[in-house]
Design a protein around this ligand. Sequence first.
Ligand code: C5P
Length: 217
Amino acid sequence: SESLPLKGRKILVTAGGTKERIDPVRYISNDSSGKMGHALAVEAWKRGADVVLISASQLDTPDYITRIPVESAEEMQKTVFDEFDDADAVIMAAAVSDYAPATVEKQKMKKKDTLTLSFKKNPDILRSLGEMKKTNQVLIGFAAETEDLIQYAEKKLNDKNADLIIANDVGKKDRGFNVDENEVTLLSRQSEPVTISLRSKSEISVEVIDWLVKNMN
Ligand code: C5P
């Protein structure tokens, strides 16, 4: 029906900053509350979609949202791959850590005057999905940048073979990370960039899911 345009569609949404373990009590992570991803999951559910939220965030979710908790990028990748085959769309809102400690200490490390850690590169989940995706699957990614937002976002759209990139200026305090509001620009191949001015993350989600409804196969 018109009010439930995503009925019967499976939509994966990732959210939150992945945590990469250093030892049993320490990790490195990225700034990300998970608010944007969780708002997108709720909005997709409101339009009738079967939503699977794969979240590294500590935020609560309403009972009606199917949620799979994950911690690291590797765990997130495995879960996304497991759920991808019959998914109609994936929204990668997670702030996936680009690096993880090269080794994970089994015991809590003892304090010393200086500490040097070495890191390995994490898998780029969105990039892999872009390589794997079938023509009917829609891929949405984010580009969080502090400079040259649109140029980097356009590059991501092409390099990662996404269908939509949501460009997010994270250099300003009143929007983006951790706060309730955001201002984004939607970049796709179908049209010129569309800027959605500063508003709540739920209102941003309405616009993004509208785009998805119009561009689903
Ligand atoms: O390359 P960059 O990290 O700026 O790209 C951001 C987009 O790629 C986001 O949608 C993010 O969820 C996704 N990403 C990913 N795996 C990574 C890094 C980013 O899926 N290792």
